[in-house]
Design a protein around this ligand. Structure first.
Ligand SMILES: [Fe+2]
Ligand SMILES: [Fe+2]
Length: 471
């Protein structure tokens, strides 16, 4: 197993000290990163002591160390999963060949684009969430937010390492640009739209970590299959950290639903209690899940086909041997598309449907979560339901973006949509109401009235533990 040099200026398990050129390049990038964190990281909490986990190794179990850390002192670093046993490309035209440890010349442009698009989401989410500490419903939740934020910062490091190591001066320029774009900035926005949407409430934050971070998981998992070994090993380790973000979202939305159900069961009006009505929770779920469907790109895509053919981006769990043909040739994907006021089924060559396949895997995963929330609601016997919209609903990308659909996936007219969309998506009034519920609770062991406490604490600590020491 590789050793982690934690004492280096930039902690790493890639022997940075033996590559002086790369070490210098990254040390030159470091002050710009620190400046970005000071400007765009969590607002006003840089002097707080936060009970954070830090990566200290990459092996299974025991890779994380917990302690109080001030966020600007977090040990951001470069960690790659150790090489796996078989070092073979699993899919595409090069299936069965040895993996690449350098970027094949003809793939440079495509690979750089894949890395930059992924990299851009990491700082973007930190920017989107930077004001939330002020309205944290508990210290436990504040810690979770900051944990997610510092790890997204580390993911930026992971991607910048690839850019600096393998893409020469183009890579250095891209690494610089990652610190210049800003979420929501009209002149210099982040690349993908969901990462320019404001996250100004914890309802948004939990939906974002449940749905949008989960898109990240699927994109990373597809890149973790990559024939380009440094990218595969970088994203594999990012996935270990990402699991906590997804859990924060899934449990967070679940705790909000649980609290509202509790109040309804007791015969109380959530609005009178500063809690979030079930129908507003459902609208936020509809909004963030559909915005995240868009992140998968077009269902029929030559670009996705080429990324698969060249061995850069595989299917979900490609390496587990669950697909009959690693080359995905001579197979078709059935796609329902709108045609006037009807739907018709077309067949897309499987390689061109790689985005659709990944979205299907993602949607199955999200369905499992929505069912878990629903099972909890059912226990209260209050007649409320939580559901996940169909992948056709509210799309701005891909084959469904030109038509209108109900959350159940029924094709409807523009006029019908105009009449009903405020039943399905948050209105400005809904958003304002949710924001009005966001009142800070910064005492250990206390929690806001709109969310239930977590089932358990972090690192075997109780909920009452002082997860953040505010100074
Ligand atoms: Fe991330
Ligand atoms: Fe994340």
């Amino acid at each position: 197993m590789s050793t982690v040099d934690l004492d280096a200026k930039i902690p790493n398990n890639v022997n940075l000290k033996d590559d002086k050129r790369l070490q210098r390049a990254l040390e030159t990038w470091l002050p710009g990163y620190q400046e970005w964190w000071a400007d765009m990281g969590p607002s006003d909490f840089n002097t707080a002591d936060v009970y954070l986990r830090t990566a200290v190794g990459v092996g299974k179990g025991g890779w994380a160390h917990f302690d109080y850390v001030k966020m600007p002192d977090y040990r951001w670093g470069i960690f790659l999963a150790d090489p796996s046993g078989d070092q073979k490309i699993h899919f595409g035209d090069h299936a069965g060949d040895p993996v690449w440890s350098e970027v094949p010349g003809e793939m440079r442009g495509r690979l750089r684009r894949l890395i930059v698009t992924q990299a851009d989401t990491e700082p973007a989410s930190v920017e989107q969430q930077r004001m939330l500490g002020h309205t944290a419903p508990s210290l436990y939740d504040m810690r979770s937010l900051f944990q997610v934020n510092v790890e997204e910062g580390r993911h930026l490091w992971a991607m910048v390492y690839l850019l600096h190591s393998f893409f020469g001066s183009d890579g250095r320029d891209e690494a610089e640009a990652l610190l210049q774009r800003r979420s929501g900035d009209p002149d210099s926005p982040r690349i993908l739209q969901a990462f320019n949407n404001p996250i100004d409430s914890w309802m948004d934050f939990f939906c974002f970590t449940a749905f949008t971070d989960r898109d990240g998981k699927y994109q990373l998992a597809a890149l973790a299959e990559s024939g380009f070994d440094p990218l595969a090993r970088t994203t594999q380790f990012m996935l270990t950290e990402e699991a906590y973000h997804l859990q924060t979202g899934e449990n967070g939305v679940g705790r909000i639903i649980h609290r509202t159900a509790e109040l309804l069961k007791a015969g109380k009006d959530p609005r009178a209690e500063g809690a979030i009505p079930m129908e507003i929770i459902q609208k936020f779920i509809n909004f963030w899940s559909s915005a995240s469907f868009d992140l998968f790109g077009g269902e029929d895509s030559t670009n996705a086909s080429e990324s698969f053919a060249t061995g850069l981006k595989g299917r979900y769990r490609e390496g587990d041997g669950i697909y009959s043909d690693p080359k995905a040739l001579d197979q078709f994907y059935k796609l329902d598309i709108p045609d006037g006021d009807k739907m018709r089924t077309t067949e897309v060559p499987l390689r061109r449907a790689m985005n659709a396949l990944l979205l299907d895997a993602y949607h199955t995963d999200c369905t499992r979560i929505a069912q878990r929330w629903q099972r909890d609601v059912e226990k209260f016997e209050i007649g409320a339901n939580i559901t996940l919209p169909c992948t056709k609903f509210n799309r701005r990308q891909g084959v469904y973006s030109e038509a209108r659909f109900t959350p159940e996936g029924e094709l409807i007219s523009e006029a019908e949509w105009q009449k009903r969309h405020t039943d399905w998506l948050p209105t400005e009034a809904d958003r304002a109401y949710v924001r009005s519920c966001m009142i800070k609770v910064h005492e250990p062991g206390k929690i806001a009235n709109w969310i239930a406490p977590p089932a358990r604490g972090v690192d075997d600590k109780p909920f009452e533990f002082e997860y953040v020491k505010l100074s």
